[in-house]
Design a protein around this ligand. Structure first.
Ligand code: ATP
Length: 434
């Protein structure tokens, strides 16, 4: 399968099975914007919950917040985004195609060989106006990252949550970037979700914490089931570092279109807090009563994209398996990640079978995500579940009415096992916990 073929297959599966659709499709689509369907929404929720669990709930010294998307415009002056959040764009003089300059390796247009315009800087922040007047004084921005609200509020959060340094604030939320060329399906979008942690530490302890978070994050990706041989850490070269960073590594995944960034882990020094201190005129000092000293904390940031991770999970789990008579498409999601964990089918649409199947589905609903389906042949129903990565299908047949047992079919091996009704829920829960 070549690169485009695999991505096209994943894109078409996403639409067919309800993971992701083009936004505003009936009006011709909105470039760089995507809608998540029923199964995609479940998958997204799983990613966010697993991140929140590992970052916030598993750490006594990390708390959450949920900030507004539109903030005071001075925030973006202080952060450096107004001055620096720019990409160079170039246009082909012949075919008019636009490129981000650093994404083009050739001297002339790869599409038509035409000459390029000189590069022009383009600020990626979306501008809007707040209130009734559209003038310079009412201009504001949609946030291009969630981090800045955390910096601006760090002392308020620190005090109300009775934390001491080292401590972190985590946030999940939408970010917006007017990308010059959105591409590779959802990989580069104009509206996307980020999961960010800002971890505040005493100067001098930053490198130790940086190592801790790099380790923790790479293990998280492995734990949610991503193939470790397709994951790597790449350290930024000095000339690649963002203006605020002392050091930065990217967690990268080998997509069908090459190695690409999923997450950045940066040692941001005291840059952000010092900037906000200067621009707001408010002290950002942390007072350490025990050690009797005060300082502006340093920050280790982990910044991941939900949509990119979701695309990673799809690309990583997608398999075409050659069977005797045909090909089976299967998403081999880990149990933790699978959007739907069980599906329940009556073998035939007979009232007694339907009634029992619905009762089983109701019992499973209480403990996991499950889906009831009575339409089509059972073989087709299995295939539909394979395509959304459901690990277990439960089928009720005529014998079930006699022997109080059902058939459980395993997604990966396609093997089937007869399980008594009384132990079905615990059987499924045991399997899902593995
Ligand atoms: P790139 O170099 O790919 O433009 P970046 O280095 O500017 O990305 P960061 O600012 O470090 O990205 O953003 C942190 C994370 O947010 C990225 O690792 C990615 O997962 C996600 N992200 C950033 N931009 C986008 C986008 N346009 N679409 C989807 N996710 C994004």
């Amino acid at each position: 399968m070549n690169i485009n073929e695999k991505m096209e297959k994943i894109t078409s599966l996403c639409k067919r099975r309800g993971f992701i659709f083009q936004s505003s499709e009936i009006y011709g689509g909105m470039n760089g914007c995507w809608d998540y369907g029923p199964v995609g929404t479940e998958l997204k929720k799983n990613i966010k919950n697993l991140w929140w669990k590992d970052i916030v709930q598993m750490h006594d010294n990390v708390v959450g917040m949920d900030a507004s998307i539109i903030m005071h415009p001075r925030i973006w002056e202080a952060s450096g985004h107004v001055a620096n959040f720019k990409d160079d764009m170039i246009d082909c003089k012949k075919c008019k195609k636009r490129y981000r300059a650093d994404h083009v390796q050739t001297e002339t247009c790869p599409e038509c060989g035409g000459e390029f315009t000189p590069p022009r800087p383009f600020n990626l922040m979306f501008k809007t106006y707040v209130g009734a007047l559209e003038d310079a004084a009412s201009a504001a921005y949609l946030r291009p990252e969630t981090a800045q609200a955390i910096f601006a509020q760090y002392l308020t959060v620190l005090n109300c949550s009775r934390q001491r340094i080292p401590f972190g604030i985590a946030q999940i939320g939408k970010s917006f970037r007017n990308e010059i060329t959105p591409r590779n399906f959802t990989f580069r979008s104009r509206e996307f979700e980020q999961m960010e942690l800002e971890f505040f530490v005493a100067p001098g302890t930053d490198e130790k914490w940086n190592e801790y978070w790099i380790d923790r994050r790479i293990n998280w990706y492995k734990n949610i089931g991503i193939h470790s041989e397709r994951l790597r850490i790449r350290e930024h070269e000095k000339d690649e570092l963002a203006h605020y960073a002392k050091s930065c590594v990217d967690v990268e995944y080998e997509f069908p279109f090459g190695w690409q960034e999923l997450e950045g882990i940066a040692n941001r020094s005291d840059f952000d807090l010092s900037q906000h201190q200067q621009y707001s005129g408010k002290k950002m000092l942390y007072k350490d009563d025990l050690e009797k000293k005060e300082f502006v904390p340093w920050v280790i940031e982990t910044s991941a994209g939900v949509d990119r991770i979701l695309l990673t999970l799809l690309a990583d789990a997608y398999e075409e398996e050659q069977l005797e008579k045909n090909t089976r498409v299967v998403l081999r999601f880990s149990h933790k990640i699978a959007p739907i964990k069980t599906a329940v089918f009556p073998l035939f649409k007979k009232p007694a079978l339907k009634e029992l199947a619905k009762k089983i589905n109701d019992d499973l609903k209480k403990v996991t995500t499950t889906f009831y389906d009575e339409i089509g042949s059972v073989g087709k129903r299995y295939r539909r579940q394979d395509e959304i990565g459901t690990p277990y299908c439960v089928t009720v047949d005529y014998e079930s009415l006699e022997d109080n047992a059902v058939t459980v079919r395993f997604r990966d091996s396609m093997k089937q096992e007869r399980i008594s009704l009384g132990s079905l829920v615990s059987f499924i829960l045991d399997k899902l916990a593995q």
